[in-house]
Design a protein around this ligand. Structure first.
Ligand code: PEP
Ligand code: MN
Length: 305
């Protein structure tokens, strides 16, 4: 190469470099700007205001604490009917009840399936309370969506991506529980499967995580609730029943969750907890639930005054 062609080669290369790496127009990215989070659609960087999810007419994320209450499992028509009427009278906004149960042991009560879904729908007709219930696998999504107003993905299924992809295509909102060992990022990326698949109506639920502590069923991670409210625009609710496994801890943890700023609570209530077919030890009876509701509502009044 002679000196002329060397100079022109350098000029060409410099121009090419400028076009590739130094655009004269367009956004300037500061070297110290934080990288966007991998959970793009769930991030508050994408949407600043909290998403309000409508579950059968109840607004979750609108600034009012939404209380979902009912038994761990639907056990009979009178049991769910009676519980629905009484939690409604105590001020609950939604009815919970498991039809398909994810039990740790295959020898434990597995739920009454379709029959229980029908009883839940009847209880909604009678009380007006929208229903939240768990869907365990893809094949049940359609039938659960026909009966329920909010479809729960249980903690054990948080990373069941086939189930999440299917739930992304339904019209109903989804309650996504945090996996017992899931990091906050994994939880928000699981939500991302629902959002990116086309379902914008996602509510997150902190239900306790597994730690070294064995004195309680799980460890309630309330800091995660505050952090997720910062990181994401999705509403976040708290389940103090599965988080503690112990009835006496449910009211204080429910009040603490409300103080942290969660958007709602999911609470197990049974008319006779000692006879419950699942999770009796962590279920409130109706008197205890009534007392908790009046505490929560009067604390909210104080906070609003
Ligand atoms: C439930 O809500 O009854 C339940 C099984 O919850 P989790 O998935 O949080 O264990
Ligand atoms: Mn339960």
């Amino acid at each position: 190469m002679n000196s002329h062609s060397v100079r022109s080669h350098i000029r060409e290369s410099t121009r090419a470099l400028e076009t590739c790496h130094m655009p004269r127009q367009g956004p300037v990215v500061r070297a110290d700007a934080p990288a966007p989070p991998p959970f793009r659609l769930a991030s508050r960087q994408t949407r600043q205001e909290t998403t309000v999810v409508n579950a059968g007419g109840v607004a979750i994320g609108a600034g009012r604490l939404v209380v979902m209450a009912g038994p761990c499992s639907v056990e009979s028509r009178p049991q769910i009917r009676d519980t629905a009427r009484r939690v409604k009278a105590a001020g609950a906004d939604m009815l919970r009840g498991g039809a398909y149960k994810p039990r740790t042991s295959p020898y434990e009560f597995q739920g009454l399936g379709r029959k229980a879904l029908e009883w839940l729908a009847e209880a909604r007709e009678e009380t007006g309370l929208p229903v939240v219930t768990e869907v365990l696998n893809q094949d049940d999504v359609d039938v659960v969506a026909q009966h329920a107003d909010l479809l729960q993905v249980g903690a054990r299924n948080m990373q069941n991506y086939a189930l999440l992809r299917k739930l992304a295509t339904v019209e109903k909102p989804v309650l996504l529980k945090r996996g017992p060992s899931a990091t906050i990022q994994e939880w928000l990326l699981a939500a991302e499967y629902l959002l990116s698949g086309g379902n914008p109506n996602v509510v997150l639920c902190e239900r306790g995580i597994r730690t070294f502590e064995t004195a309680m069923r799980n460890t309630l991670d309330l800091a995660a609730v505050a952090l997720v409210k910062e990181l994401s625009h999705l509403p976040v609710i708290v389940d103090p029943s599965h988080a503690t496994g112990k009835r006496s801890l449910v009211p204080p943890m429910a009040r603490a969750a409300a103080a942290v700023g969660c958007d709602g609570l999911l609470i197990e209530v049974h008319p006779r907890p000692d006879e419950a077919l699942s999770d009796g030890a962590q279920s409130l009876d109706l008197a205890a639930f009534g007392a908790l509701m009046s505490d929560l509502r009067s604390e909210a009044k104080v906070a609003c005054a």
